[in-house]
Ligand binder design. Structure first.
Ligand code: FAD
Length: 329
């Protein structure tokens, strides 16, 4: 039976939050299309993830174990996922809107002769044709585009942090399908030479409830030390604009925006960030945005609920001091 297929990604014995978000999208699609939800999990030692996928909404799990699938590799994943799709015959394949989905999506769509929809934020059924329509942002978030594929098979990446993670339903189970993928090292055109694990300290940016972000207006890497201190007292994570990451003040993985990460914290604090559309595209899921900028005409004030026209450092250091006083009481 045709269905909805989600690519599951895992980390340290858990399903990633991205996967849980895709499962939410898949269960909404299940309601609209009346088709089951399947998940594909690729790698080695995958046994523990199968029941987790069931309790989070998968009706079937395609489990592909192969040493060449240990760790993401574009060629190997494309070949394996294509083989799973040939077996599962999905009508919609959902991938995360990150570097994996951006690489895999078009490659898989080409092989399946499917339509490719990138970074959708919503979907519904067209009243007239009954076909699926996806909404995605266009022109760096300045406009919304509605895309209706003309073919029956669709590969789509979901913009991360726009869907809520799928809740857990204890006792839920499903069908596990083992797939013996035919993969050979000679089929891989690129080889992973080295995997560099960035030193992860503190709270993950994508999961943080508070994000303290800095831009060019912070005037250098030492400014980010102050923002790190503030993030620490607020139990949050530090992000940055592309101007700050391009300048080498902070690692590229801290970049938020169209070509960086999407964040959806309860509180987003923007220090010395002008609010270019490409930056704002990554923070639109934030519940409250507070901006500090010396320029009263800065575009960030158009999206902020609270705007402070002031030097960033004066505000950041006052906040650190005041939060410390409150927590030490
Ligand atoms: C294809 C494409 C993709 C892009 N993707 C991204 C992306 O993913 N993320 C991203 O961020 N950008 C992205 N950009 C870049 C984006 O267009 C902007 O150039 C960038 O966001 C600007 O960063 P900024 O706000 O830190 O710097 P600026 O625009 O230079 O703003 C600095 C701000 O700091 C303020 N300021 C200066 N001094 C102080 C002070 N002492 N206290 C308080 N405020 C002060 C200034 O008034 C100014 O508003 C992309 C661009 C392109 C073309």
């Amino acid at each position: 039976m045709p269905g909805i297929l989600v690519l599951a990604t895992t980390k340290d014995g858990r399903l990633t939050r991205d996967t849980l978000e895709l499962l939410t999208g898949a269960s909404r699609l299940k309601e609209k299309l009346a088709q089951p939800v399947a998940a594909a999990v690729l790698g080695t030692g995958l046994g523990l993830y199968v029941p987790l996928l069931f309790v989070h909404g998968a009706d079937q799990v395609y489990r592909a174990e192969h040493p060449l699938l240990e760790g993401y590799q574009g060629d190997a994943y494309t070949l394996a996922l294509h083989q799973i799709c040939e077996r599962a015959q999905p009508t919609v394949v959902l991938l995360p809107g990150d570097v994996i989905g951006r690489e895999l999506g078009p490659r898989l769509a080409f092989r399946l002769q499917a339509a490719f929809v990138s970074e959708f934020i919503d979907f519904d059924l067209d009243q007239t044709s009954g076909g699926l329509r996806f909404t995605r942002s266009a022109y760096g978030g300045k406009a919304m585009a509605v895309v209706q594929p003309r073919v029956d098979t669709i590969v789509a990446t979901a913009k991360l942090r726009t869907l809520k993670p799928a809740p857990q339903e204890e006792g839920r189970t499903g069908e596990e399908i083992r797939v013996d993928v035919a993969l050979d090292a000679s089929q891989l055109k690129t080889h992973l030479v080295q995997r560099v694990q960035e030193e992860a300290t503190g709270i993950n940016l994508g999961d943080a409830k508070v994000v303290v972000s800095g831009g060019r207006g912070v005037h250098g890497p030492e400014g980010f030390r102050v923002l790190e201190e503030l993030a620490q007292v607020l139990r949050g994570a530090v992000g940055a604009s592309r101007a700050a990451t391009d300048a080498g003040w902070v690692p590229p993985s801290w970049q938020i925006g169209q070509t960086g990460r999407n964040v959806s914290p309860e509180l987003y604090l923007a220090f010395g960030i002008s609010g270019a559309t490409q930056h704002v595209a990554g923070i639109s899921g934030s519940k409250h945005i507070v901006a500090v900028n010396t320029d009263p005409a800065a575009p960030i004030f158009k999206v902020a609920q609270l705007g402070i026209v002031e030097d960033w450092k004066a505000v950041a250091t006052t906040l650190i001091q005041r939060c410390r006083e409150l927590t030490e009481k």
